[in-house]
Design a protein around this ligand. Structure first.
Ligand code: ZN
Length: 369
């Protein structure tokens, strides 16, 4: 018996669109339906998933007011969906609660904030989000913010972590909140390792040695993360898993995202809908890497630093394409089966499946004041 944990998914995006996670959500791109949906409670149960971090995600395009309001709305939606399904899921703050929930047949729903923009330049807002149940924070997203630079910023703003970002790191350490280094620039990563007193996590990142993308981590970074006691959780996004796929699909992904944005402005317009369906079909025609590629990335980390510093962070509901054979969270056991096929012992699988992440979380919470 092990705890299967997904350390990052964007399910609250679907909640904001009115999804009810108590039931199986149908997949489709008809008006009123979702272009893509990978997560709900019945499918988590089918996949044997014991816990998941729901991302309180805000775009760097929002104003500070909009970011804070959006984050509060998403927290409320997570509360609502858990409260409506007390027989299926429970809001969870600690690894001990998570293990109890698993014994009681409940899925643990944690919250992680993706992008620190909603706290603005105010540590009291950070403390409030922590009290609301946000247990990790990804310092930024696609652009630099008040805390640090992003790995996809066109220009660095701080050349790493800002002076305010140093205060944020100290306060997160004091609170026992996990620091997530996914999305941040390489210089920011090295600053975080220098300033954080606690081990840190990459909740949804892959290995740059296997797929050269700025969102992925170099071997040097993975070794340093592990030496500090942290963990890298492998992302399922095909463009981060496989460079050949990324080269073939990148323009089609941009076209699909644009067509989707245009369609969402007026989902009843058949012309916009057809354009999006064509863009999706063009993207889907590109052969996707197998889900086994996820296990290749796990293998790579294990070869570098052993089995105690790797796990999985799907990015479901935040990615427009999934690996072949792993189209939603209900197929999650395929990774476990593949690990067994490659000779991993049950002890090792228990660590990769969730034990590693929960250990780091426990350590960060224990080091708190
Ligand atoms: Zn992300």
């Amino acid at each position: 018996m092990f705890f299967l944990l997904d350390s990052h998914c964007d399910a609250p995006i679907m909640l904001a669109k009115g999804a009810d996670f108590g039931h199986r959500i149908s997949i489709g791109c008809q008006p009123g339906q979702f272009p893509v949906s990978h997560v709900d409670f019945p499918r988590m149960k089918k996949g044997g998933v014991n816990g998941s971090f729901f991302a309180i995600y805000t775009s760097n395009r929002l104003t500070p007011d909009e970011a804070t309001r959006r984050a509060l709305q998403l927290v409320a939606l997570v509360y609502d969906t858990v409260e409506r399904n007390p027989d299926k899921a429970a809001l969870t703050l600690t690894p001990a609660q998570a293990r109890r929930n698993a014994k009681n047949g409940l899925i643990s729903i944690f919250m992680g904030m993706e992008n620190g923009a909603p706290i603005r330049k105010d540590l009291s807002l950070l403390r409030m989000f922590h009290r609301m149940g946000v247990t990790y924070m990804t310092l930024t997203h696609a652009r630099s913010n008040e805390i640090c630079d992003s790995c996809t910023s066109p220009e660095p703003r701080w050349n790493g972590v800002s002076p305010f970002g140093r205060e944020v790191i100290a306060e997160m350490n004091r609170l026992g909140m996990l620091i997530d280094v996914s999305h941040i620039s390489d210089a920011s990563f090295w600053d975080v390792l220098k300033y954080s007193q606690a081990p840190v996590v990459a909740t949804h990142s892959c290995c740059r040695a296997l797929c050269n993308h700025p969102r992925n981590m170099t071997d040097e970074m993975i070794v340093a993360l592990a030496e500090k006691g942290g963990v890298i959780q492998i992302n399922f996004y095909p463009s981060f898993l496989d460079a050949a796929y990324a080269a073939r699909a990148s323009e089609l992904i941009d076209a699909q995202e644009e067509a989707q944005d245009v369609w969402l402005e007026d989902p009843s317009d058949p012309v916009r809908q057809r354009r999006m369906e064509e863009a999706i079909a063009a993207l889907q025609a590109v052969p996707r890497p197998s889900y086994k590629r996820i296990v290749d990335h796990i293998d790579h980390v294990v070869k570098l630093v052993g089995v105690k510093h790797v796990g999985i962070g799907s990015d479901f509901d935040g990615i427009e394409v999934c690996p072949d054979g792993l189209d939603d969270i209900s197929r999650m056991q395929k990774i476990i089966i593949e690990l067994r096929k490659r000779g991993y012992t049950e002890y090792e699988i228990r660590h990769i499946a969730g034990g590693n992440f929960l250990r780091v979380m426990e350590m960060a919470q224990r080091q708190a004041e």
